[in-house]
Design a protein around this ligand. Sequence first.
Ligand SMILES: CC(C)(COP(=O)(O)OP(=O)(O)OC[C@H]1O[C@@H](n2cnc3c(N)ncnc32)[C@H](O)[C@@H]1OP(=O)(O)O)[C@@H](O)C(=O)NCCC(=O)NCCS
Length: 243
Amino acid sequence: MRLGSKSDTKTTGFPVLDGQELTDKDGFKATLLLRKHMNVLHAVIRPTPGQDREHSSRERVLHQKVAAREALHEAASRQGIHFPSLDRDEHGAPLPVRGRYWSITHTAEYVAGAAAVWPLGIDIERLRTPSAEVIAEAASPGEIDMVRKLFEVCEVEAFTRIWSAKEALLKLSGEGLAGLSKCTIGSTNLTDTRPGLWIRHDRMEHFVHQMLRDDHIASVTCDQVQQVQWDWHGHLVGARGTR
Ligand SMILES: CC(C)(COP(=O)(O)OP(=O)(O)OC[C@H]1O[C@@H](n2cnc3c(N)ncnc32)[C@H](O)[C@@H]1OP(=O)(O)O)[C@@H](O)C(=O)NCCC(=O)NCCS
C-alpha cells in the first residue's frame, strides 16, 4: 500500500487533542477543522544567519541550530502547534511533544523546520557533486538515471534530489543515515504531478515533496499530508529559479 494516497488518509483517525479524541458534536467539528488545517504542511525555510568567517565553526553551527528552531516554531504556529520545549533522544533525534512531531534541517546557507500531528521529516541540500563513495552508498546508477529522466535534469541535481529525499524519509522513520540501504526510489507515477519523489522503505512507499531554489533542494515528507505550503525566503543575490 502506498502511504499518503487519498485512500490511505481515509483510514487515518482524527487527531487526538491533548491525549483525548473529541467525540461530541462541537469537538467533532473542531477536529474536522483541525484536520483540514493539518492536511497542508507548512515548511518554513530561511537564510542562515551568522555564517561569516569571523565566527568560529562552533558558533556557526550554533547559529544554524537556533535559526532552524526559529523556523520550526514559525512553521508550527501555522499548523496551530506550540512546542513549550524541544527535546531529543540520546541519539539526537527529535522527540514528539504530546503527539506533535517536529523536524529541522540546517546548512550554512539555509535552515528549515516543519511540524505536524504525524511523524515527518525535512531536509535541505545544496546541489553538489559528492565523492564517488558517497554516491555509491546513496544511489544506484539506475536510480540516478531514472530521476535524471523524470525531471530532465543533470546528474548532480538528480543525485541531490535522491539524497535529500532519502534523508527526509530517514528523519521521518527516525533511523537517520543508518537506514540508508533500506531506501530506494519507488515507482515513478507520471500521473502524480506533485514535485517530488516516491521513496520505497520497508516495503512501503512514501511521497517526498520537493522544491528547488537557489541551488538547493528542500524535501519534506509526512504520509498523511497531501500538500506542502513552502515559505522559502531566499538570499537576494544570485538566487536561481524555482521548481
Ligand atoms: C539525522 C541525519 C540524517 C541528519 O542529517 P544531516 O544532513 O547531518 O543534518 P540536518 O541538518 O539535515 O539535520 C539535523 C537535524 O536532524 C535531527 N535528527 C538527528 N538525528 C535524527 C534521527 N535519527 N531522526 C530524525 N531526525 C534526526 C536533529 O534535530 C538535527 O538537528 P539538531 O542536531 O540541531 O537537533 C544524520 O546526521 C544522521 O543519520 N545522524 C544519526 C547519527 C549518525 O549517524 N551520526 C554519524 C555517526 S558517524
